[in-house]
Ligand binder design. Structure first.
Ligand SMILES: [Zn+2]
Length: 178
């Protein structure tokens, strides 16, 4: 299913779900900041679902808010808004986090040898395999060393792709008028 937010829409939907994505689209289209109630009404959603999604969106930096005080009641309410710049930066931040995780995983794969049980497919580190005399603790089969070169190659490819993407995003962001 394609997203009204284009390429980054899928990433955003994975992060904040369909409700979060719909809120972002609504706020981008809206000329003014909107309250929780207005968002819920316009999208036909329950207020609690909207608040939960907004909480995630703020945490990830996709939207922000302005506090409004109603003079007569001293009651605070919040008006939510976003813009393309805010979204682009939140997406970039997320990509950097993913890149960091991939690099840690790559390091881990490179530094470790793994063993697998040919019968039940359970996977063990070298230490675990060693402690069990290279036999599967579940079924007693001889463990086989895993060739993880494919995993390493895939990780390296993903890392390279993400690095290039981040570079392009950074360039696009820095050349954008504020
Ligand atoms: Zn086994």
């Amino acid at each position: 299913m394609s997203s009204p937010l284009g390429n980054v829409g899928l990433l955003i939907r994975n992060l904040v779900g369909e409700v979060g994505e719909r809120i972002i689209v609504l706020l981008l289209e809206s000329k003014e900041a909107l309250s929780d109630e207005e968002i819920a009404e316009k999208l036909g959603l329950r207020i609690n679902d909207v608040r939960k999604a907004l909480y995630d969106l703020v945490k990830l930096g996709f939207v922000t808010y302005r506090r409004v005080t109603r003079r007569e009641s001293y009651w605070h309410s919040y008006k939510w808004y976003t813009n393309e710049m805010m979204i682009a930066q939140a997406v970039l931040r997320r990509k950097r986090e993913v890149l960091k995780k991939l690099m840690q995983r790559l390091e881990f794969e490179k530094e470790n040898v793994f063993y697998v049980c040919p019968l039940d497919g359970s996977r063990y580190s070298f230490d675990e395999a060693f402690e069990n005399y290279f036999r599967c603790p579940r079924c007693g089969s001889d463990l086989v060393e895993i060739d993880n070169r494919k995993i390493i190659e895939n990780l390296e490819r993903l890392i390279e792709k993400l690095r290039r993407e981040i570079e392009q995003d950074e360039k696009a962001l820095s050349s954008r008028p504020v």
